[in-house]
Design a protein around this ligand. Structure first.
Ligand code: ADP
Length: 300
C-alpha cells in the first residue's frame, strides 16, 4: 500500500521537477524531446525514453530523466500487479461461492452432494474473510510508523497460548510440539505480535506431515530476544525461498492448500515495525526454520 502512496508522490515530484527544468530550457532539441516524453508520462505511459545525447548538464539531465521514468514504470507495475492479484484473489472465491449456491438452488442433488457443496461454500467464505482481514492488517501496519498500545507481557506465554489456540489444526493430525521456552519478558503491542505466532505456527502445521514434530525455542541475550520455529515438513524450494515474504506469494507446494500468500508478508512487516528481523532457511523435503530476533523493548 505504501508503494501506491510512493508512486503517487514520485509522480508529483517528477512533474514539478520536470516542469521547473523545462520552463527555462524549452528551446533545445533534447529538451523538446523531453517535453514530448513528459506528455506520454502524464498519460500513464512510463515506457517512454529520451535519446541520451550531448554532454554536460543536459546529458546528465537526460540520463536522470530516463532513470526516473524507469523507476516510475516499475512502481506503477508493482501497483498494477498488486491490484490485479488482489482482484483475482478476491474474485475467485466469490465466483465459486456463486457457482455452488446456484447449483444448490437448482436442486436434484443427493444429501451428500448438498453437504459437500455447503462445505465448499463455508471454506471459500472463510478464505475470503481471511483474505480481507489480512489485506486490512497489512495496509494498517504498512502505514503505521510507531507501535501503539504497548504493554509488558511474557512472550513465551503468548507463544504457548498460540499453540493451544491452534490445537484443532494439529491434534487430529497427530502432530507434536516441542517447546523450549524460558520466561521472555517483552514489551510490545500484544495483539499485533499474536499475528506473528499464529501465522508462523499455522504454516508449520500446514506444511508438516501427519505425525510430524514442530520445535519452538526461545532465548534472551541482553536486550535481544531470539525465537526459532522449526518444522520437519515439506520444505521450500530454493527458488521460492527468496520470495516467501512477498505479498501474495505462494510456493509451489501450497498452491492447492488453503492460504492467500499474505501471512508471511504480514509477519515480516510486524517484525520490521517492532525493530526486529526474521529469516527463513529450508531444505526441500526436510523442513523449514524461521528465526526471529526482537528487541526486548521496541526502540520506538
Ligand atoms: P500462505 O497463505 O500460502 O501460507 P504465507 O505468506 O504464509 O502464505 O506463506 C507463503 C509461502 O511460503 C507459502 O505459500 C509456502 O509456499 C511457503 N511457506 C511458508 N511457511 C512454510 C513452512 N513452514 N513450510 C513450507 N513452506 C512454507
Amino acid at each position: 500500500m505504501r508503494r501506491l502512496v510512493d508512486s503517487t508522490r514520485w509522480r508529483f515530484i517528477a512533474c514539478v521537477v520536470v516542469s521547473n527544468l523545462l520552463s527555462g530550457l524549452v528551446s533545445a532539441k533534447p529538451i523538446q524531446n523531453m517535453v514530448e516524453a513528459t506528455k506520454s508520462i502524464s498519460r500513464g505511459d512510463y515506457s517512454v525514453r529520451v535519446e541520451e545525447s550531448g554532454s554536460g548538464d543536459i546529458a546528465e539531465l537526460l540520463r536522470s530523466f530516463n532513470r526516473m521514468t524507469a523507476e516510475l514504470g516499475s512502481t506503477e507495475m508493482m501497483r498494477n500487479d498488486f491490484i490485479n492479484i488482489f482482484s483475482h484473489e478476491f474474485k475467485t472465491p466469490i465466483v465459486s461461492i456463486r457457482g455452488f449456491a446456484r447449483r444448490l438452488r437448482r436442486g436434484g442433488l443427493t444429501k451428500e452432494q448438498q453437504a459437500e457443496y455447503l462445505d465448499f461454500i463455508v471454506e471459500e467464505s472463510e478464505r475470503l474473510s481471511k483474505l480481507a482481514s489480512n489485506v486490512l492488517l497489512i495496509s494498517r501496519y504498512e502505514n503505521q510508523k510507531l507501535v501503539a498500545e504497548q504493554t509488558d507481557y511474557d512472550l513465551d506465554e503468548q507463544i504457548r497460548t498460540s499453540v493451544l489456540r491452534l490445537e484443532s489444526q494439529w491434534a487430529p493430525r497427530g502432530l507434536i510440539f516441542e517447546l523450549d521456552l524460558p520466561r521472555l519478558p517483552y514489551r510490545n503491542n500484544s495483539e499485533m505480535m499474536e499475528h506473528v505466532w499464529m501465522n508462523l505456527i499455522s504454516n508449520a502445521i500446514k506444511f508438516s506431515r501427519d505425525g510430524g514434530a514442530i520445535f519452538i525455542s526461545g532465548a534472551q541475550e541482553n536486550d535481544r530476544i531470539f525465537v526459532t520455529v522449526r518444522d520437519e515438513g515439506t520444505g521450500i524450494r530454493p527458488e521460492d525461498l527468496g520470495h516467501i515474504f512477498d505479498k501474495f506469494y505462494q510456493g509451489d507446494s501450497s498452491r492447492v492448500s488453503v492460504g492467500n500468500g499474505l501471512g508471511l508478508a504480514l509477519v515480516h512487516r510486524i517484525v520490521e515495525l517492532s525493530g526486529g528481523s526474521i529469516t527463513a532457511e529450508s531444505t526441500l523435503g526436510k523442513g523449514s526454520t524461521f528465526r526471529l530476533e526482537l528487541p526486548a523493548t521496541p526502540l520506538r
